[in-house]
Design a protein around this ligand. Structure first.
Ligand code: ASP
Ligand code: MG
Length: 420
């Protein structure tokens, strides 16, 4: 017997028929003797529609009311799944964030989970009841208002709940059957990874692979919560129930590095197109200039990723290039304009026609030469590199957006990731 949290994303609960399919996946687990809590997203498209209503009502709106509205999508699917499970003869009950309670901070719209008392739900699971829990939402206790965890937040709800009820496994059911070496829409020969380490998955998620919300991977990593990505589109009876001897046989399991025996240098290639490049021309080359640029950007909550500062040829003036998320560009330009006097740049240029392509793998820790190989292969395709960042387990390059797919394909075959 295992305690399993099963999370189903928007496409898996897109309508009542799909919800019936989800219920069959749940029933398979219960029939096998597992204890199950389910976390559901809103039906696909619903959260977007709700966000649209809010914006239509007023572009500038109260974040607490935004949450009151966008949290409703998950309430519908949780209730519907409980009804379908009951109609199949299972004991089931839906739970909203405030009822658990899933306690969050007060950053409405992007709230962080602070605590989930797991005993009550665990007790229900022990009694054989299926707890169906709304993803994406929690409650902010000071004002006693519903809060939401940011787009894609149901993944984080699921991992946090799995930790709270001391689950053996957190299963993320989605519309793909695992984590791939790269996006199979770009590289049809991309392979499903059987296992990936928390660190690599975190890089994959934050560098553009949209399989799981970044924060959920962070949480799984910190608490070593074994998490699996698998497809809900496989026939429920064609799949074995979760058990310790098949955890790594289905989908992709995200686990500790030392559980991965197969050694590879590079595990995956990620790419992100929602990038913008900003260049400040002719800034002074003296102490304090970088702080005068990145201080105001940080105060405005704008994440800066890659930074390149040129050497000045005359020791006086230089250029600074950096990247921000594409959606943050207008705000970033605004902030820089406001700080023009203190920074003292000559001009600012920007472009959203850039993409970031990254090579990820824990094997890079012990293998030299990955960067050199990568740069050479890109050069051979005539792809110019605009900026570079590295960490112990990844190398990212910023390139012209038009070359993103060519770069992904080139690197995917360079590092031998394609299936034969
Ligand atoms: N329904 C929410 C969203 O679309 C949360 C989720 O699906 O994870 O962002
Ligand atoms: Mg999602």
């Amino acid at each position: 017997m295992s305690v399993v949290v099963m999370k189903f994303g928007g496409t898996s609960v897109a309508n009542v028929e799909r919800i019936r399919n989800v219920a069959k996946h749940v029933k398979r687990e219960i029939d096998a003797g597992n204890k199950v809590a389910v976390v559901v997203s809103a039906m696909s498209g619903v959260t977007n529609q709700l966000v649209g209503y809010v914006r239509e009502a007023s572009l500038l709106h109260d974040a607490r009311e935004y949450d009151a509205i966008v949290a409703t999508g998950e309430q519908v699917t949780a209730g519907l799944l409980a009804i379908v499970l009951q109609s199949m003869g299972l004991k089931a009950r839906s739970w909203q964030g405030w009822q658990i309670p899933i306690i969050t901070d007060d950053a409405h719209g992007v709230a962080r989970i602070k605590d989930i008392p797991g005993e009550k739900i665990r007790q229900r699971l022990e009694e054989g009841e299926v707890a169906v829990i709304t993803g994406f939402q929690g409650v902010e206790p000071t004002r006693n208002r519903v809060s939401t965890l940011g787009r894609g937040g149901s993944d984080t709800s699921a991992v946090a709940l799995a930790i709270a009820v001391k689950a053996d496994l957190c299963d993320i059911y989605t519309d793909v059957d695992g984590v791939y070496t790269t996006d199979p829409r770009i590289v049809p020969k991309a392979q499903r990874l059987q296992k990936i380490s928390y660190e690599e998955m975190l890089e994959m998620a934050s560098l553009g692979s949209k399989v799981m919300q970044t924060r959920s991977v962070e949480l799984a990593m910190v608490h070593k919560m074994r998490t699996r990505v698998l497809s809900s589109f496989v026939a429920p009876d064609a799949m074995p129930a979760a058990s310790p001897d098949n955890w790594d046989k289905l989908g992709t399991i995200i686990c500790s590095e030392d559980e991965i025996v197969e050694q590879r240098v590079v595990s995956g290639i990620a790419y992100a197109k929602d990038e913008a490049k900003v260049t400040l021309l002719q800034i002074e080359d003296k102490p304090g200039v970088a702080a005068s640029i990145f201080g105001p950007l940080a105060d405005a909550n704008i994440n800066v990723d890659m930074i390149v500062q040129n050497l000045s040829s005359d020791g006086k003036r230089t250029d600074m290039t950096f990247t921000v998320q594409g959606s943050d560009l207008p705000k970033a330009l605004d902030v820089l304009k406001g700080a023009h006097k203190t920074i003292g740049y000559f001009d600012v240029t920007s472009s959203t026609e850039v993409a970031k392509v990254s090579v990820i793998g824990v094997g890079m820790r012990s293998h030299a030469g990955v960067a050199a190989q990568m740069f050479k292969a890109l050069a051979e395709k005539g792809i110019n590199i605009l900026a570079i960042t590295t960490s112990e387990i990844k190398i990212s390059v910023l390139i012209d957006a038009a070359y993103a797919e060519l770069a992904v394909r080139t690197l995917h075959s360079l590092f031998g990731l394609a299936k034969d």
